[in-house]
Design a protein around this ligand. Structure first.
Ligand code: ADP
Ligand code: C5P
Ligand code: MG
Length: 213
């Protein structure tokens, strides 16, 4: 399936050509829903030459795009707290990375937030991005479930998100525990996880500087 979708490009993609000069350097950012991934990524971007790409934001944009063939599917998955098939997500991420580097070739460092969230995400990344990007490490915002839920419910008062409600959150937490934690553990086995105690206040968390090279 994946090779059918991605493996038969006749013209080398821009990402491939630019990666011969400067390979994208990637930090995966993981943690429970509401752990503060987006908040901390914004802080990192202020101080370091990273571009923040949130898989969730890209999916929400695609959901809202007029004429999108997968908008309805994305909407259903998000509401149910399930992980969208990687064929969709990896294309959005790859396209966003290419656009960023096309605009400015010095922008080759990426914080990829909320990805890879399950085995399917990881396989899709390995299939499509193998040799085309270097994954430096996983930045893991570690935060208890109750704190995560409270933060999302608070965010839900103004976010307009269809999944910042208790019913969706219970499903998102299950997905996180069952599908995302094993991915973090896998990277941990390879010594590639930098863990941050994300339960503290925003300023304390950002002082941690675990993303420094
Ligand atoms: P994520 O991207 O991991 O889902 P966000 O960065 O969107 O999380 O944060 C979720 C909510 O919690 C937001 O409303 C944000 O303002 C708030 N928040 C983020 N980090 C903290 C923190 N350390 N302490 C308290 N609230 C936080
Ligand atoms: O990271 P964020 O909280 O914005 O993700 C919201 C939702 O987007 C997830 O609960 C999931 O339904 C979807 N998503 C996904 N695959 C990803 C990232 C997010 O399906 N890699
Ligand atoms: Mg987020």
């Amino acid at each position: 399936m994946l090779s059918r979708l991605f493996g038969s490009q006749r013209v080398p993609s821009f990402l491939y050509r630019v990666s011969l000069i400067m390979k994208p350097q990637v930090v995966f950012v993981l943690g429970g829903p509401g752990a503060g991934k987006g908040t901390q990524c914004s802080k990192i971007v202020e101080g370091y030459n990273y571009t923040h790409l949130s898989a969730g934001d890209l999916l929400r944009e695609e959901r809202a795009r007029e004429g999108s063939e997968c908008g309805q599917l994305i909407a259903n998955y998000i509401k149910e707290g399930k992980i969208v098939p990687v064929e969709i997500t990896i294309n959005l991420l790859k396209q966003a990375m290419e656009e960023t580097m096309q605009k400015d070739e010095k922008k080759f460092r990426f914080l990829i937030d909320g990805f890879p969230r399950n085995e399917d995400n990881l396989q899709g990344w390995n299939t499509v991005m193998d040799g085309k990007a270097d994954v430096k490490f996983v930045l893991f915002f570690d935060c208890g479930e109750e704190v995560c839920i409270d933060r999302c419910l608070e965010r839900g008062k103004s976010s307009g998100r269809t999944d910042d409600n208790r019913e969706s959150l219970e499903k998102r937490i299950q997905t996180y525990l069952q599908s995302t934690r094993p991915i973090i553990e896998l990277y941990e086995k390879h010594g590639k996880v930098r863990t941050v105690d994300a339960s503290r206040c925003v300023e304390e968390v950002s002082k941690c500087q675990r993303w420094c090279p």
